[in-house]
Design a protein around this ligand. Structure first.
Ligand SMILES: *[C@@H]1O[C@H](CO)[C@@H](O)[C@H](O)[C@H]1NC(C)=O
Ligand SMILES: *[C@@H]1O[C@H](CO)[C@@H](O)[C@H](O)[C@H]1NC(C)=O
Ligand SMILES: *[C@@H]1O[C@H](CO)[C@@H](O)[C@H](O)[C@H]1NC(C)=O
Ligand SMILES: *[C@@H]1O[C@H](CO)[C@@H](O)[C@H](O)[C@H]1NC(C)=O
Length: 365
């Protein structure tokens, strides 16, 4: 009796021992490309993730798109020593277990966009050497405190998610100079937002290349958010709810090539936000600004400024006209339009007073 049971147990264990059983996805169609941008392609349907490796061979680029891959378990994508680009996109991916990606020594670009990821746990990218990571168009609301630590990632695209908080600690030890996090739920950019960059190489100037935080509902940028940042190529804060920039905000920043503040609710640009900074291009289109002080023109050495769709006052235009007697810059885009549309508040009051006097006199007579 006991012996028969044991035999049954052994037999069932043998039946269950089947490499496919550890697979986390099956019957997935994969396009393999010899190298990014070349024509040589192979389309294969892999029976299970366990067989991915044997199909990939010498191919450099793997494209898995519009498939059903809800989960990546340990070693699901592993030992692909020639792969430089891996796209697993629009494939209903919800969960990635630590160790899912391993031994991908040449991987430079990892594209996981258009999936259903809600969380980026710590450690799932450990030991990967990619420079560019695409996580846009997921449902990410939770990012582990060290999820992106000690990577080689320089570019992160994580737009169109549900992230509501920014943490410098996510990126400790990672040389991330460009991050695109538009259309998330950030309310604030906190103090020392880019502190992680200071510690990488204390001898080098800290540079931010592209930071895009538009369409977030940002209400506040902490006065020390950019502390330690020497240069910013492009800072895009468009389509948020900012009402002003804190005095001293850019005191550490010597140069900003492009600052986009368009479509916010800024009423006033304080000189003290720009007192130490050269800015080449400033876009404040569609805010509530009545004037930009020529002191800002002077210190920033602005090249171009877009002030369209702001209630620029005629008194302001007058100070600008005086400024242009001494200086040629900045180029105010559509300056003739701005002049035409300037809100002549004082003369507006005067004409209504004149009208009132007329009506008054008319009734007297
Ligand atoms: C995968 O394809 C095989 C052979 O066509 C089939 O037996 C199996 O049920 C398929 N698995 C899934 C999850 O569709
Ligand atoms: C692979 O499939 C794609 C569409 O999914 C098609 O455009 C392409 O021509 C196919 N390539 C090969 C080598 O069959
Ligand atoms: C990443 O995948 C998305 C969705 O398939 C695609 O639109 C995008 O072009 C890919 N990015 C790159 C750099 O290939
Ligand atoms: C800019 O400011 C400096 C210092 O206040 C002043 O000397 C200079 O004349 C100003 N430049 C213009 C064009 O007004």
């Amino acid at each position: 009796m006991a012996k028969a049971n044991l035999r049954l147990l052994i037999i069932s264990a043998l039946i269950c021992y089947n490499p496919v059983s550890s697979a986390t996805f099956e019957n997935v169609s994969v396009i393999l490309t010899w190298r990014s941008g070349t024509q040589l392609q192979k389309n294969v349907t892999i029976r299970s993730d366990n067989t991915l490796r044997s199909h990939v061979g010498e191919f450099g680029e793997i494209l898995i798109q519009n498939q059903n891959v809800p989960r990546l378990g340990e070693n699901s994508i592993s030992n692909l020593v020639k792969v430089t680009h891996l796209h697993l996109t629009n494939s209903k991916l919800r969960e990635i277990k630590p160790g899912a990606f391993s031994n991908l020594p040449l991987l430079t670009d990892l594209n996981l966009s258009g999936n259903l990821l809600e969380e980026i746990p710590n450690g799932i990218f450990a030991n990967l050497k990619f420079q560019t990571l695409y996580l846009d168009n997921n449902r990410i609301s939770t990012i582990g405190d060290s999820a992106f630590n000690n990577l080689q990632m320089a570019y992160l695209f994580i737009d169109d998610n549900k992230i509501s908080e920014w943490k410098s600690d996510w990126f400790s030890g990672t040389p991330l100079e460009s991050v695109s996090m538009t259309n998330n739920h950030l309310k604030e950019l906190p103090r020392l937002a880019f502190e992680f960059l200071w510690h990488l190489d204390p001898a080098r100037d800290v540079i931010l290349r592209n930071v895009a935080l538009g369409y977030n509902g940002l209400q506040h940028v902490d006065p020390f958010a950019f502390e330690g940042i020497k240069m910013i190529f492009s800072l895009n804060l468009q389509n948020n709810l900012l009402t002003y920039l804190e005095p001293g905000l850019f005191d550490f920043t010597e140069r900003i090539d492009l600052l986009d503040l368009s479509n916010n609710r800024i009423t006033q640009l304080y000189f003290e936000a720009f007192r130490k900074t050269k800015v080449s291009q400033l876009n404040v289109h569609n805010n509530l600004i009545e004037c930009i002080s020529t002191d800002i023109f002077n210190t920033t050495e602005l090249e171009t400024v877009n002030v369209g769709s702001n209630p620029i006052s005629c008194g302001c235009v007058k100070t600008w006209m005086e400024w242009y007697q001494r200086s040629e810059k900045p180029e105010v885009q559509n300056f003739n339009n701005v002049k035409k549309k300037c809100r002549s508040s004082s003369s507006g009051i005067r004409s209504s007073q004149v009208l009132f006097a007329f009506v008054f006199v008319y009734f007297l007579v």
